[in-house]
Design a protein around this ligand. Structure first.
Ligand code: ADP
Length: 639
């Protein structure tokens, strides 16, 4: 090839100078290399970014350009290598840091491209890069701000969605998905009114969003009621805000959907409770006032001269009766306050249903007689044992009997019956009175509920008796149900209570018994620190022809036994001075004590108590109150 003519050479020089000036003036850094990857040129921007001067020329490029990844800080390949390999322009992996000669780190973006000579052969590479440190800072700040916004949305307890201006959902938070039982897939990028097969096409919501879009203004506390096909009726408070706030055309709408259904329902309940309480106070004032007039009249009357003994007695009875009514009202009031504070107390023990019923029937007699009602009580022959508080359970039956008396016209028929159903005792209190409308059958158990609240029809109650009854029955692990065919058709209250499974008296394994025995014509020592309990049992046993002694503490028991040589000892365990176990042990140590029949009387019969009785030498373990027929049956079977 001929040498270039001087003209051509001049033109080439001129072109090269022009290129160098251009490269020196541009804002990007430029470095070129030869095929071997050695630097052949770097412009001033490249010098200032790398910290090298023209001494870089001839150096391997990877000495001059040191790149690491922003996050991992691992070396990053300079794209020149790839550009050479691929013979095409290549961009740098994003988020790379250039480390200058003095250690300064800068974010850069760069690209590399092969240089071809005029014969079309690759002669080297050109690397163009720029300092994007400031841009990366802004990008990172933006990323952080977005993550922050996402976190806020995710943390919000109320359901939240972000819509674009076409009302498509860009994002929703967990609370939205949980509250409205939707998934992300069914929600994101969907048109709002299409969600859940159109269940979000709510007129109130449309109105709100139209307002936000047309006026580009926030709307606050917009209340909407809507029935969702699956979720039922919901009351929602909506808050919507266009974004960006000051632009003419919002790009986004931020929508918070607070589900206030539970709060509203609670508020309604509270208002209802408040109304009940007001009615209750009116009834209470009336009921407490009622007995006062007869009391005042009687007191005046007692102040008159010339009264006979009969007059005074009659006036005293009026006062007694009216005071009893007031006491009952006040007791009910106290119980109500205990129910409200969950402080109702029951002391359970093993009791016989018949005993409890008897006590309730006795207490209800005066009212039943006053109203001229006839009461029939029908209990099964079998003894029902319950784990119950005898006083509270009697209160339950008394309440039902009193209600039957109150809500039955004069001369009515009232019955109380019990039977076994599986492992439950079922007790029914039935009357042929005014009955209960079917829609009130479950409501009558609610606090302050009375079917007829008119004061002139008031029967001297406060509408809390059945609330108390239900609570007490539940505290005995039972249930209660009201039944009635309707008004004037009478009412029935049915209570179910779990029966105690184990029998109250049992023979203790391993303690051989002398002979079969009967609780008659024998020598029996009754030991109980409760004198009334000891004497009443002694009386019963004496009636059966037994010779009876009693003792009220452990030491006395031993002294009497020593002298009396009883055949049977009915021995309480919890005794002053010496407990029942020790008394039993000492009796067994005596020559006369080997064949004595020892019966433990205890408050409770758990396994531990039984084991202790057996170890102390008792033959039987009996749980109070003593059931004489059952004990007798057991003794008769003893061999
Ligand atoms: P009170 O008797 O003080 O009003 P209760 O809680 O005992 O309150 O009873 C609530 C309501 O249930 C009564 O007001 C009455 O309307 C109805 N009720 C209770 N027992 C009977 C019954 N045996 N027959 C008809 N209605 C009854």
């Amino acid at each position: 090839m001929a040498d270039p003519s001087p003209d051509t050479e001049d033109a080439l020089h001129e072109q090269r100078d022009w290129l160098l000036v251009t490269l020196s003036c541009i804002g990007d850094a430029v470095i070129t290399t030869d095929l071997a990857g050695r630097v052949t040129f770097l412009n001033p921007v490249a010098e200032s970014l790398t910290g090298w001067t023209q001494d870089a020329v001839g150096q391997p490029l990877d000495r001059v350009i040191r790149l690491i990844n922003e996050e991992s800080r691992q070396p990053v390949e300079i794209p020149t290598v790839e550009a050479l390999r691929e013979d095409r322009p290549v961009k740098l992996a994003s988020h790379s840091l250039l480390i200058a000669k003095d250690g300064t780190e800068r974010s850069i973006s760069d690209s590399a491209a092969p240089i071809t000579n005029d014969r079309g052969e690759v002669a080297g590479v050109v690397l163009v890069f720029r300092d994007i440190t400031e841009r990366r800072k802004t990008e990172r700040a933006l990323d952080k701000a977005l993550a922050y916004a996402d976190d806020i949305i995710a943390t919000l307890r109320e359901p939240f969605v972000v819509l674009d201006s076409d009302l498509r959902i860009k994002t929703a938070n967990r609370s939205f998905y949980d509250t409205f039982k939707a998934t992300k897939g069914e929600t994101e990028n969907h048109f709002l009114y299409d969600l859940g097969n159109g269940q979000w096409d709510i007129p109130g919501l449309r109105k709100l969003l139209d307002e936000v879009l047309s006026r580009n203004q926030s709307v606050h506390d917009f209340e909407v009621e809507h029935s969702f096909p699956e979720l039922g009726r919901k009351t929602m408070v909506l808050n919507a805000r266009p974004f960006p706030p000051d632009s003419k055309h919002p790009e986004l709408i931020l929508l918070a959907v607070e589900d206030v259904s539970a709060v509203r329902a609670r508020a309604d309940e509270l208002a209802e409770a408040c109304r009940h309480k007001d009615e209750f106070l009116a009834t209470l004032a009336h009921e407490l006032r009622n007995p006062l007039s007869p009391i005042r009249n009687s007191v005046h009357y007692l102040g008159l001269d010339g009264l006979t003994e009969g007059d005074v007695k009659a006036a005293r009875e009026v006062i007694n009766r009216q005071v009893a009514i007031m006491v009952r009202l006040i007791d009910d009031l106290l119980d109500v306050s205990r129910i409200s504070r969950d402080k109702l107390d029951v002391r359970k023990e093993r009791v016989q249903l018949a005993t409890v019923v008897e006590s309730a029937v006795e207490s209800s007699r005066p009212l039943l007689q006053q109203c001229g009602h006839e009461l029939t009580v029908d209990l099964p022959p079998e003894t029902f044992y319950l784990d119950a508080d005898p006083i509270r359970l009697a209160q339950v039956f008394l309440n039902l009997l009193n209600n039957a008396a109150k809500y039955t016209n004069r001369g009515g028929q009232i019955s109380l019956s019990a039977h076994r159903e599986g492992s439950d005792a079922v007790v029914s209190v039935r009357d042929n009175g005014i009955g209960i409308p079917s829609d009130m059958l479950s409501g009558v158990f609610d606090m302050f509920t009375q079917v007829d609240r008119s004061l002139e029809r008031s029967q001297g109650g406060l509408g809390i008796g059945l609330t108390l009854v239900r609570r007490l029955v539940e505290m005995h692990d039972g249930s209660i149900e009201a039944r009635s065919e309707g008004l004037k058709k009478g009412s029935e209250f049915v209570i179910r209570l779990p029966l105690l499974a184990s029998p109250p008296t049992e023979k203790l394994e391993g303690n051989a018994l002398p002979t079969a025995m009967r609780l008659s014509h024998g020598r029996i020592l009754v030991v109980d620190d409760n004198k009334d309990a000891a004497h009443s049992l002694a009386m019963l046993l004496r009636l059966k022809g037994n010779d009876i002694r009693t003792a009220h503490d452990g030491v006395e028991a031993l002294e009497v036994a020593e002298e009396f040589h009883p055949e049977i000892v009915l021995l309480d365990i919890g005794l002053p001075k010496l407990n029942g176990y020790d008394v039993a042990r000492r009796i067994r140590q005596q020559p006369w004590g080997q064949d004595v029949l020892l019966v433990a009387l205890t408050g409770w019969g758990n396994d531990q108590d039984r084991r202790l009785s057996q170890e102390a030498g008792f033959n039987f373990h009996t749980v109070k109150p003593v059931d004489l027929p059952a004990l007798e049956e057991l003794l008769a079977g003893a061999k």
